[in-house]
Every structure is written in C-alpha cells, then in structure tokens.
Design a protein around this ligand. Structure first.
Ligand code: BES
Ligand code: MN
Ligand code: ZN
Length: 511
C-alpha cells in the first residue's frame, strides 16, 4: 500500500479531520488498463490513478493507493483489479473483484478510528463487492480494551465500528450484505469459546437472530423430548457432560404453498469435542470449540434465506451437545440402538459426529419428508488431510444435486469437491457384534464416515427399480472450517463456510 498526499494543505486538512471527526473513505477498484472507476463528487479516480508515477503502476490484484484530502472524501483508496481484468468473466472475474475490494477495505480499516465510513464503488460487481467488503471488515476479539462487540455481556460502550456503504446501490448489493452478514454470524458462533457457546447459549442466540422474521418458527427441544423420540445415539454423546443437550429445529415456509415439500438442512452441533473417553491430545484441542460449525453454518444459511424471503420451504435441525469424558460417558465398545432401530458399536467415542447426525438425519427424513437433505459437519480429520482448507468435500449419490451445489460453490468461490459415496467401503464399517461400527479404520476415513451416515437417511435407497424418494448430500467441512492463512477478503480463523454457497444454492433452486 502506498500513501499519496496531494498538497501540503491537503495533508494538514486531512490529518486534522482524521483525528477530530468522523471521516469518510472511498474505495474504488481500478482496471489499470482502463482506469475509469466510478467518479464521485470531487473525486476523479482516473486522474488520481494517472497521477501515480508510471513505475508504481501495480499489476497485482489488491495493490492499494491511498490519497488524502480529496474534496468529497477524506481518503480515497484506489485498488488495482490486476492485469487482464477486462478479459475475465464469470466466477473468475467475481473473485478478482472480491480480492480487490477486500484489500481496499483492509487498507482503510488499517487507518483506525479516524475513518468511520467506507463508501464502496461496487459498480464492477455489486454482489461480490458487498460480500468482500463485509467479510473483510470482520474481526473477532474478546479483549476488553478496546471493548469487543462480541462480548456476550453486552455491547454498551463499544466504539462505533467502521461502517460500509456504497454509492452504487442495487438489489445485488443488498443481497451481498445479507450473504456476508450470515457468514459472519457463523464465524462468530464458531469462534466463541465453548464456555460461552453452550447448546443453550447457541439456541438463545439463534432465537434472537430469527426473531421478527416472517414465516419462521424456532423450536428448542430438550433431552426428555429426544429420549421420547428414541434418539439414543444422539443422547449417548451427551452422557459425559452436565451441560444440557438441545435439539434445535427451525422451519421457514416461504413457498407459495405452506405444504410444499421442504428442503432439509442438518448440522452437526458439538459445542466442544474433547473426544470423550477416547480423549483427544491437548495440542490444538481448542479448535474443537468450532465442532458446531455444521450447526452454525446451516442455521446462518437459513437466516439469510429467511431474511431474503426466498420462495421455498426449508427447515434446519441441529443436534447440540458437548462430547466430554464424565463419569456417565459412553465407553468404547458400548452398543447403542439408534432411532431407526439399527445397532451401533461405539468403537471410538471421538467419532461422535456420526452418532448425533444418525438420529438427526433419520428424524429429518421421516418426520418432514423433504425432497432434498443437506447435512453439514466438521466430521473427519481425514477430510482436512484430503482437501485441506480449499475445498469442502461433498458426498452424494445424486449427480443433479452435486451439479447444483458445485455451480453455487463456484459462483461464491466457496468451493466443493465431489468425494466417493460408495458401498464398496461398507465392509470397513461392519461391526463384529452390531449392525454398524462408528469407525472404519484409517483408509478413506471421510468416505466411511459418509457411508455410515447414509444408513440413517430414510428413502435414500432405491426401491423396486424406482428413484430414491430423497436426494441427500453430506458436506464434510473439517478442512474448510478454519483459514490458517488469510485470503484478501477474509482474515485467519473460523470461516463460516459454506454459508454463501448454501444460500446461493437455495436461491437458484427457488427461482
Ligand atoms: N470433530 C472431529 C473431526 C475434526 C478433526 C474436525 C479436526 C476438524 C478438525 C471428529 O469428531 C473426530 O474426532 N473424528 C475422528 C474420527 C475417528 C475417531 C474415526 C477423527 O477424524 O479422527
Ligand atoms: Mn470427535
Ligand atoms: Zn467432532
């Protein structure tokens, strides 16, 4: 980033302004080959750009130049869209816009409290620009100085955050804001430590987020309800903790007919995964505060869908509990009968995600007869080994569903990679003394976990040569739950992925 000071008087004026009053910044992406930008009153991006010394003209996407003392704005940030922008199209072009806007917002954010508002020139792609600006602005902290907006005790006294706005308003921009805010909510839910994000706290926060939105019903079930339903594999996971488990159910009915067959989301909601009796090593265990990432992302996606009032019926169910090694904890070798009647040998109490999901998938598929079920889970370390933090693994028997998910993921650059869901992995999860074993050995650990889940999706097997009555996809986000390296529009930390891809998937499905 380079700073450019227009005149001595402008320098003086801008430094006074930046210190004493709320001031505005203007963020303008520039195609170096055709440096027009969106002119604002008193700002001519093209002439500012051409004032740069030739040698400094950057080709790299995201290189920012700050100009102080421009008349209508106190700072103008010109951000390069990189070489060959004019020839880029579609998904590739959109990602360049996100990177450039993200870098521009970061450069302004870096100026600190002096800047109170960043106005974005979103004309290159309003949706992508809104997404990048709002994701780039986010940062999670629980420090008391400066006071954190994430402090669950309340946000009184928190200094006003940098505000994002645009001078190129459009419905696409507004939609992008909803997408990004939903993803940011998922980041917060995942980032919050397990003592602050218990199953109870999760439900309370979600109820507050959905309150007042039309066509929504939020139901919080307790352990007694789950016991009555026969959700024994779910409850087997919560036995080792005193923290009450919850089963959260959210229904959104936006379709013209309230009876129209719904889409189902199922999210793994382990608010802390210690491994249970099969205790995990301490190093890095704190990452497991985010083991409710599936629940966080499906709930946040549904929030965006409801805020946008998309014309579709969707519901989400999330089994929420801790996995701890208390005196009543499930032990390796215990056998549990799941809600669908199948017996499961718990070979390893750390393979708890598939146990809570087994009952949730069976409940979702039998109780509400959805046409499509998508479950999201931080399910296996093996997923991170296979695909790292770039692609979320997708396991599905439906080519059509895969196709739609893939298109949505590419559109948002929140990408998916298809993995095998194959019965030939079956022998790995046949148990010696029960229908299924909850571990399948080291080879293809993510694939055996996915196949385990399939046994609990009612209607997934084709009967009498007919098509299966439900389409199901399992999304393993163990690798993509966290960015260990920042990208231009998103800091390190819990990612909130694949919220944007899921919302985009549903938006396309419903239109
Ligand atoms: N929540 C973990 C998976 C995980 C690991 C997510 C690392 C994100 C980062 C899951 O409950 C788990 O412990 N899985 C075990 C399964 C094994 C015991 C069959 C694993 O992956 O080691
Ligand atoms: Mn585990
Ligand atoms: Zn887990």
């Amino acid at each position: 980033m380079t700073l450019h000071l227009l005149t001595r008087r402008a320098v003086h004026r801008s430094s006074v302004l930046l210190r004493t009053m709320s001031s505005k910044a203007y963020v303008v992406p520039i195609d170096p080959k055709n440096p027009a930008g969106n002119a604002a009153p008193g700002v001519n991006p093209a002439s500012l750009w051409s004032s740069l010394p030739q040698t400094q003209k950057p080709a790299k996407v995201g290189t920012s130049h700050l100009f102080y003392g421009t008349p209508a704005f106190d700072v103008t940030a010109l951000v390069s869209l990189g070489e060959g922008f004019d020839s880029k199209t579609g998904d590739v072009r959109r990602e360049v816009v996100r990177k450039a806007i993200g870098s521009g917002v970061k450069s302004v954010k870096g100026l600190g409290d002096g800047v109170s508002e960043a106005v974005i020139d979103a004309s290159t792609d309003p949706h992508a620009a809104a997404v990048a600006a709002h994701l780039a602005l986010y940062n999670f902290s629980l420090k008391t100085s400066p006071p954190s907006a994430f402090d669950p005790r309340g946000t009184a006294g928190v200094p006003k955050k940098l505000k994002i706005s645009t001078n190129t308003n459009s419905a696409d921009w507004d939609r992008g804001v909803v997408y990004a805010n939903a993803q940011n909510l998922a980041r917060t839910l995942m980032e919050l430590p397990a003592n602050m994000m218990t199953p109870t706290a999760f439900c309370e926060r979600v109820q507050a987020e959905f309150s007042g939105i039309p066509n929504v019903e939020v139901i919080v079930r307790d352990e007694a309800w789950a016991a009555e339903k026969g959700m024994r594999t779910f409850l087997s996971v919560t036995q080792g903790t005193d923290q009450p488990a919850k089963f959260l159910e959210i229904h959104y009915k936006g379709a013209p007919s309230k009876d129209a067959q719904p889409l189902a989301f199922v999210g793994k909601g382990i608010t802390f995964d210690s491994g249970g009796i099969s205790l995990k090593p301490s190093a890095g265990m704190k990452l497991m505060r985010g083991d409710m990432g599936g629940a966080a992302t499906v709930v946040s996606s549904l929030l965006a869908i409801a805020q946008l009032q998309l014309p579709i019926n969707v519901f989400a169910v999330t089994p929420l509990c801790e996995n701890l090694p208390g005196p009543k904890a499930t032990k390796p070798g215990d056998v549990i009968y799941a809600m669908n009647g199948k017996s499961v040998e718990v070979d390893n109490t750390d393979a708890e995600g598939r146990l809570v999901l087994a009952d949730a998938l069976y409940y979702a598929s039998t109780e509400f007869k959805p046409h499509t079920i998508i479950d999201v889970a931080t399910l296996t370390g093996a997923m991170d080994v296979a695909l790292g933090e770039i692609y979320t693994g997708v396991f599905t028997t439906s080519d059509a569903l895969w196709e739609r998910l893939s298109v949505a993921g590419e559109n948002e650059y929140d990408r998916f990679w298809r993995m095998p869901l194959d019965e030939d992995y079956g022998p790995q999860i046949y148990s010696s003394n029960a229908d299924l074993c909850n571990t399948g050995g080291k080879p293809a650990g993510s694939c055996t976990a996915a196949l385990f889940l399939k046994a609990f999706v009612d209607g997934i097997e084709a009967k009498d040569g007919q098509e299966p009555s439900v389409r199901w996809a399992h999304l393993d986000i163990a690798g993509t739950m966290e960015f260990t390296r920042p990208i231009p529009y998103q800091e390190k930390g819990m990612t909130g992925r694949p919220v944007r891809a899921l919302v985009e998937f549903v938006r396309r499905l419903s239109s």
